[in-house]
Design a protein around this ligand. Structure first.
Ligand SMILES: Nc1nc2c(c(=O)[nH]1)N[C@H]1C(S)=C(S)[C@@H](COP(=O)(O)O)O[C@H]1N2
Ligand SMILES: [Mo]
Length: 367
């Protein structure tokens, strides 16, 4: 048997709110962040969301090498000691999985069932990638650079190493970083140790973990993760558009205390401060955040942006009156984009930046 996973590529239908064992298995492996950590500028190590398609490779950082190969004049490889001695940059960067919000789209795609929690901001330390590409001297006919991880597996019957590509201009303009530390500590195995890239402003799929190969290509990269998925598609016969920059979005720290199972909230009556985060892609600044209780939208206060490629804090003083309320928040960015109330349709559930809704119950009396 050469390939035990040959399959017809058609994903099973899903029922809203009903998840099978395979989806539950994915959810157990790919943990989300804890929404309460949105109170912090930087997501604590261990509370950053995780999305790994295959297995987490266990790599000896003393042995690991990064190979610059393909259509370069000056191919070379570097070990981790050499990479760590290159000019060092630390930047807070917000990363969101493009499948975040998938469960809120109906019908839901059969895949990792994210609700709101696939986002986080870390202090990433590494070295800019562009000077290394320059050092390797791409041939004049190079059109793209591909990035390949150590992790191999199957999707839709296709065996492949996880790989993505960018153009030379994208690598320069997006300020792509070759990263080895996260929040001041060596990358954890599940976040790509010992080496990954971070593509600021783009959805997470571009930020290849466990990076082993940077290859200069004279034809566009046709890897599975570049061409067979991560495309916005309206229907199965739609060729679609590649998923790239993050869409404007915001989340709140759910106020009050939760019910263990439903996670609905209980709040004491009176004035409370609701706070959260807002972000967008492609370096676009957040210009407005609004907060609503039962659809009554009011301007929230915008706090400092944590970094050029990181989220912005916001807060709102809410007068909690007894009863049941649905709380929502909505951000706009400097390009004039605003979060939609209802999820934008996408076949695979990518790019859902619709507003978050949190149901809260405010008690009649302080107790
Ligand atoms: N090699 C490799 N890189 C990868 C992935 C993967 O499965 N393998 N997942 C991608 C996706 S879809 C996302 S959202 C981010 C998640 O990064 P994190 O797990 O560090 O949060 O990594 C990206 N890089
Ligand atoms: Mo992702």
């Amino acid at each position: 048997m050469n390939n035990p996973f040959v399959n017809p590529k058609k994903k099973p239908d899903t029922e809203d709110g009903v998840y099978d064992d395979f989806e539950r298995g994915l959810a157990n492996r790919n943990s989300g962040t804890l929404l309460e950590t949105l109170a912090l500028d930087i997501t604590p190590l261990g509370a950053h969301y995780l999305l790994t398609h295959f297995d987490t490779p266990i790599i000896d950082s003393n042995e690991h090498q990064l190979h610059f190969e393909g259509a370069f004049e000056n191919p070379f490889h570097l070990d981790m000691r050499q990479i760590r001695s290159l000019p060092k940059v630390t930047m807070p960067i917000t990363l969101e999985c493009s499948g975040n919000g998938r469960t809120k789209i109906s019908p839901r795609r059969y895949s990792m069932p994210w609700a709101y929690e696939a986002v986080g901001t870390s202090e990433w330390t590494g070295t800019p990638l562009a000077p290394l590409i320059k050092r390797a001297r791409p041939h004049s006919e190079v059109v793209e650079i591909s990035f390949t991880g150590v992790d191999y597996g199957y999707d839709a019957g296709v065996g492949h190493y996880f790989g993505r590509s960018l153009t030379l201009n994208q690598i320069r303009n997006l300020e792509v970083l070759l990263v080895y530390d996260m929040n001041g500590q060596p990358l954890l195995p599940q976040h790509g140790a010992p080496l990954r890239i971070i593509v600021p402003g783009w959805y997470g799929m571009a930020s290849v973990k466990w990076l082993k190969k940077v290859e200069a290509l004279t034809e566009p990269f046709l890897g599975f993760q570049q061409t067979q998925t991560y495309r916005f598609r309206q229907s199965a016969d739609d060729e679609g558009q590649p998923v790239t920059s993050m869409r404007v979005k915001s989340l709140m720290v759910p106020p009050g205390v939760p019910d263990w199972i439903s996670r609905n909230r209980c709040i004491e009556p009176g004035k409370i401060t609701v706070n959260g985060r807002a972000w967008s892609g492609a370096g676009k600044k957040i210009t407005k955040v609004e907060f609503a209780s039962n659809g009554n939208w009011q301007a929230a206060e915008i706090l400092d942006q944590v970094g050029k490629f990181a989220w912005t804090g916001w807060r709102y003083q809410w007068d909690a009156k007894p009863g049941k309320h649905v709380l929502q928040c909505r951000a706009s960015d400097e390009s004039g984009e605003t979060q939609p109330i209802t999820p934008p349709w996408d076949l695979a559930g990518f790019g859902n930046n619709a507003v978050q809704s949190v149901t809260v119950f405010v008690k009649d009396h302080n107790c």
